[in-house]
Design a binder for this molecule. Structure first.
Ligand SMILES: Cc1ncc(COP(=O)(O)O)c(C=O)c1O
Length: 418
């Protein structure tokens, strides 16, 4: 892949010294996405869905065409199954509140995995507080979800719902989300997949996976912030009550009550994120133009390189307990978290930040996973299409410098000789 050609499309990299390795938090935006939002406000700005004039009709067409692009991007059957929200977080909250309160009852089990981001934990805990569901967990074996534990918990608890990530935002491990979906369906459970970290890196097809719900965020797929996607099977969304109340989600309002409108408007109360949806549509076109094959090949090469270079640093321990060689491409996205002996992740990451090398430190909104793996925090490096081997070299050099800075000149020598 011509990385410099790709980088040139991102205005933020006009600053040549910027080393951005935090795409799991949010991806940078290509010029075409920025232009699409700007152009909407300059040329087409109007509210959507109820337009009685040309401008509003055009805005509505663009907005609905973005929905169609998302539908095709994930291979859903119908555009009615694509709900625009503000984020992956809001999409999961929508399912927990709307589906959860109507279809789950006290003591029904929801099965989560220890890999989950807080966005796919807390909404279920809030549901537990409201209606008294039971939450059970699946843990890890060799860094991957323990499928034996999963099967035995499916059998023991007959959960009504599984909420599972497709890829960890800490270790990068990709779960067997298709197999998990099939196993869950065998015991009659519904499946919510958190694809926030998978969708920027892998092509998916909803109809092949056959999950009941799937969520992701626009800003991690090179699109704007403020736009998220909820995919839901049409028959399920039809039976679920609206999440938020307000304009656009009603058929009729009287002094006595209201009736809900059709899909997907029923779940899009108020003025939706119009420019953001259009920007997301352009990001999807941009990804399709590059092509999944090229993206996956480039990121896989870099992931292996990053793993190799980081492994050469003797004071680094990977968070993934099973990493003894990098996982195969199907089992991991380009996201690696680690701790360094003797330096707190925040100190290390702040040092790197002072050199213009952007990584993330903390628990990455996955506190249960950190606790399970015996850490309170880690440093995370995550890749995007625009990264190069040079970025990884700069990161590794700066980590070595940091080690000397915090622990003294001889620290590396003594670590190596141990
Ligand atoms: C795995 C995973 N799920 C959900 C989210 C939440 O995404 P957002 O903050 O865009 O709602 C994130 C964000 O980092 C994530 O990594």
């Amino acid at each position: 892949m011509n990385t410099s050609g790709i980088r040139a499309q991102f205005p933020i990299f006009k600053d040549n010294s910027l080393v951005y390795l935090d795409s799991a938090a949010t991806a940078q935006k290509p010029q075409c996405v920025i232009d699409a939002e700007k152009s909407f406000y300059e040329n087409e700005n109007a509210s959507v869905k109820r337009g009685m004039y040309k401008l509003a009709e055009r805005a509505t067409e663009e907005f609905e065409s973005a929905r169609e692009k998302v539908r095709s991007f994930i291979g859903a059957k119908s555009a009615n199954e694509i709900v625009f929200t503000k984020s992956a977080t809001e999409s999961i909250n929508l399912v927990a509140k709307s589906y959860g309160e109507k279809f789950l009852k006290k003591e029904d089990t929801v099965l989560l995995s220890i890999l989950e981001h807080h966005s796919n934990i807390v909404p279920w805990m809030q549901l537990k507080e409201r209606i008294g569901i039971n939450i059970e967990w699946v843990h890890l074996k060799n860094g991957e979800l323990d499928m034996e534990e999963l099967k035995s918990k499916l059998e023991k608890f007959s959960p009504k719902l599984l909420a599972i990530t497709c890829a960890s935002n800490v270790t990068g491990v990709v779960t067997s989300y298709k197999e998990i979906t099939d196993l869950a369906h065998d015991v009659g459970a519904k499946v919510v997949l958190d694809a926030a970290q998978l969708v920027p890196h892998r092509e998916i097809n909803i109809q092949d996976i056959d999950c009941d719900f799937l969520v992701f965020s626009g800003h991690k797929v090179y699109g704007p912030t403020g736009i998220g996607v909820l995919y839901g099977k049409e028959e399920l969304l039809e039976d679920m009550p609206a999440f938020l109340g307000g304009g656009s989600m009603i058929q009729e309002v009287t002094e006595d009550g209201f009736t809900e409108t059709h899909l997907p408007d029923k779940f899009e109360a108020g003025t939706p994120p119009i420019a953001q949806a259009i920007g997301l549509g352009v990001a999807i076109d941009w990804i399709s133009d590059i092509g999944w094959e090229a993206i996956e090949k480039h990121e896989e090469e870099l992931r292996k390189y990053a793993y190799q270079k980081l492994s050469e640093l003797p004071f680094i321990t990977f968070m993934d307990p099973a990493v003894r060689g990098p996982r195969s491409a199907v089992r991991s996205i380009g996201c690696l978290s680690f701790v360094t002996n003797g330096i707190h992740p925040h100190d290390l990451t702040e040092y790197l930040g002072s050199k213009g090398i952007c990584l993330r430190a903390g628990h990455h909104c996955a506190q249960p996973l950190h606790k399970y793996l015996g850490h309170t925090a880690s440093t995370r490096m995550s890749l995007g299409i625009y990264n190069s081997k040079e970025d990884i070299d700069k990161m590794c050099e700066a980590i070595s410098e940091a080690y000397k800075f915090f622990l003294g000149e001889n620290a590396i020598k003594s670590t190596t000789s141990k």
